[in-house]
Design a binder for this molecule. Sequence first.
Ligand SMILES: Nc1ncnc2c1ncn2[C@@H]1O[C@H](COP(=O)(O)OP(=O)(O)OP(=O)(O)O)[C@@H](O)[C@H]1O
Length: 267
Amino acid sequence: MNLELDGVTYGIDDARILTDVSLAVGSGEVVTVIGPSGAGKTTLLRLASLFERPTDGALRCDGIDPWARSRDERLDLRRRIGVVFQQASLFETSVARNVDVGQRVRRPWPRRFRDFLQRLADRWIHGSLTVDERTLEALELVGLRDAWNRDAKSLSGGEAQRVSFARALAAEPDLLVLDEPTSDLDPRNTAILERAIERARGHDHGVLLATHDMHQAERISDRVAFLLEGELVEVGPPERIFEAPRDERTARFVRGDLLYDENELFA
Ligand SMILES: Nc1ncnc2c1ncn2[C@@H]1O[C@H](COP(=O)(O)OP(=O)(O)OP(=O)(O)O)[C@@H](O)[C@H]1O
């Protein structure tokens, strides 16, 4: 899916959070949003996931403005977008069932009903839970294949984050939207997730992610977008953004001179 934000502005009440943001994510492309805390990264990702409607400007998925379509059509587009936000929100059931939910959203209702009957039959015949091979594959990608039968409640924060990621992958989304997907992970698991992102790109899925990890942005991005106070300062390939940024504010941010109190620094 080609996602395009064209002069998008977004505000809540009188507060303007994003101003005139234009950014595109193509198939097979990883675009990373960087910026200080409060810059508007999560808000941008929520708009891209069709959770929020732009106040002004346009957003297009494969040329279609979802907000000009019916609710059902918008829902169909939303189902093609896999979303992982910072706080993993898992259901109180097994790991496998949590991942399976990701797959089910893409299935038509008759198929979902058939699968439901199949599960009931399996439970009756085998007396135990069975698990779909695709679910296991998604768990394998995040290094949690053996955990499929665990209760999601028993997972650590990092494991829960990986299960959320597996759920998004299982749906084979055309676009993955990831908000700080590795914030709770150690270096080994960060590498596992980055490999999964790489693989999603290899399958021609677009990826839009926000991160505070500059090394990660440099490692995995095709393009990096620097957001400051709700405005997109600069977008470009990682080599340019990190080594030869065009804007002084980008240079200060990537050097680490500008972080959490940009008002003071730019006064
Ligand atoms: N629902 C809301 N109501 C009012 N203000 C909001 C709302 N959501 C976000 N904001 C404000 O919008 C600004 C951008 O928030 P956002 O969470 O998008 O930033 P961020 O760049 O993702 O920050 P972080 O890196 O800390 O996660 C912040 O000043 C925040 O307080």
